[in-house]
Write a protein that binds this ligand. Structure first.
Ligand code: PGA
Length: 224
């Protein structure tokens, strides 16, 4: 069993931490998604960016464009992460524009979708995920990876049951059989063996645990 592993290190590490991480990480087939300033420090791994600008306007202060990411040999980019939806008010329409920008530059978007705690409580996960996917993928092509990430599971230590994850991932695959589907939300060394029992999952989007070399070493060993 080999799973896709995407290490979304968010803003957890500074430069010294990255150097330590790279010394302690044993290695493996991981798509690293460090903060922008550290992308080139991971350039012997596959690279993903955590975000990108809409369009390719070179006069946009503070933005990072698809063209710049391609120049760093970055092949993937996360779009629609719930933290950006919440903190930067990113809507499905805006995520759709980023997704199209990525595809035009031949970057593979890793599109995040998932329900909030309240939506989970109401039992409307599939409806929410369906709506997000429909809007974010509108007018796009095939080369997309979907990350199912329940918002309430991100950074909380909580995860849905294997049955719940399996049901939602199967639902997504019934709608979009051509896409790989990752699970994300509190994936860590201590629950990876249990999650690996879910056959439908093609891989994981890992946040906090991916900023610890020890945690990631265990996860890689369990998945590859
Ligand atoms: P987490 O984050 O693993 O820290 O819960 C996952 C994510 O935000 O992609």
């Amino acid at each position: 069993m080999t799973k896709i592993i995407v290490a979304n290190q968010k803003a957890y590490l500074n430069k010294n931490d990255v150097e330590t991480f790279l010394r302690e990480f044993i290695g493996g087939d991981v798509i690293f998604c460090p903060s922008f300033p550290f992308l080139s420090m991971f350039d012997f791994y596959k690279l993903a960016a955590q975000d990108l600008a809409i369009g390719n306007d070179a006069s946009a202060t503070g933005e990072v464009t698809a063209t710049q990411l391609r120049s760093l040999a970055c092949d993937y980019v996360i779009v629609g992460h719930s933290e950006r939806r919440k903190m930067q008010n990113e809507t499905n329409q805006l995520v759709n524009k980023k997704l199209k920008t990525a595809l035009e530059a031949e970057l593979t978007p890793i599109l995040c979708v998932g329900e909030t705690k309240e939506e989970y409580g109401l039992g409307i996960t599939e409806a929410v995920v369906n709506m997000q996917l429909k809007s974010c993928l509108e007018g796009s092509s095939n080369n997309v990876i979907i990350a199912y990430e329940p918002v309430w599971a991100i950074g909380t230590g909580l995860t849905p049951t294997n049955e719940e994850i399996s049901k939602t991932v199967k639902f997504i695959k019934s709608l979009y059989p051509e896409f790989k589907v990752l699970y994300g939300g509190s994936v860590k060394a201590s629950n990876i063996d249990e999650l690996n029992k879910i056959e439908e999952i093609d891989g994981y989007l890992i946040g906090k645990a991916s900023s610890s070399a020890q945690e990631l070493n265990t996860i890689v060993k369990s998945c590859q």
